[in-house]
Design a protein around this ligand. Structure first.
Ligand code: THU
Length: 130
C-alpha cells in the first residue's frame, strides 16, 4: 500500500488546480500489480477540468491494464478526500466491490480505507448491460 500512496502523493504535486487550489493525487494498482497515478487538471473554462482519478485510470488503460485492484487518493491537508460521485462510477467500471480505496492526508498518512461497495452501494455496472 505504501507504494500506491507515495505514487498518489507525487502525482498530487503535478496537479493543475489554479482555480480551486485543491490539489488531488490518485493512484491505482492494476491486475498485474503495476501502479499508475494521475492528478486533477483544471481549465479556465471551469467545466472542462477533470479529476485525478480519471487521469490515473487513463494511464492504467493505456498501459494495457484491464482491472483496478487498489486505489489511493489524497487532497489538501488532513481532511478526508474521498473520490467524488462521478469518479466512484468511473472506478466501478474496472473494479470489484471489495476493492480498497485508501484516503490519505496530503503527506500520505492513512485516514480511512473504504471498499468501493461502501462508497457506491447497489451500483450500476458493466454486468447490467450483459
Ligand atoms: N477532485 C478530484 O480530483 N477528485 C475528486 O474525487 C474530488 C475532486 C478535484 C476536482 C477539482 O479540480 C478540485 O478537486 C476541486 O473540486
Amino acid at each position: 500500500m505504501r507504494d500506491l500512496v507515495e505514487a498518489a502523493r507525487l502525482a498530487r504535486a503535478r496537479a493543475h488546480a489554479p482555480y480551486s487550489k485543491f490539489f488531488v493525487g490518485a493512484a491505482m494498482r492494476d491486475e498485474k500489480g503495476r501502479v499508475f497515478s494521475g492528478c486533477n487538471i483544471e481549465n479556465a473554462a471551469y467545466p472542462q477540468g477533470w479529476c485525478a482519478e480519471p487521469s490515473a485510470i487513463s494511464a492504467l488503460i493505456m498501459a494495457g491494464g484491464t482491472r483496478i485492484t487498489e486505489v489511493a487518493v489524497l487532497g489538501n491537508g488532513d481532511a478526508l478526500c474521498t473520490p467524488c460521485g462521478g469518479c466512484r462510477q468511473k472506478i466501478r467500471e474496472f473494479a470489484a466491490g471489495d476493492v480498497k480505496i485508501h484516503c490519505c492526508t496530503e503527506a500520505g498518512a492513512l485516514i480511512r480505507t473504504f471498499t468501493l461497495d461502501e462508497l457506491l452501494p447497489a451500483s450500476f455496472g458493466p454486468e447490467n448491460l450483459r
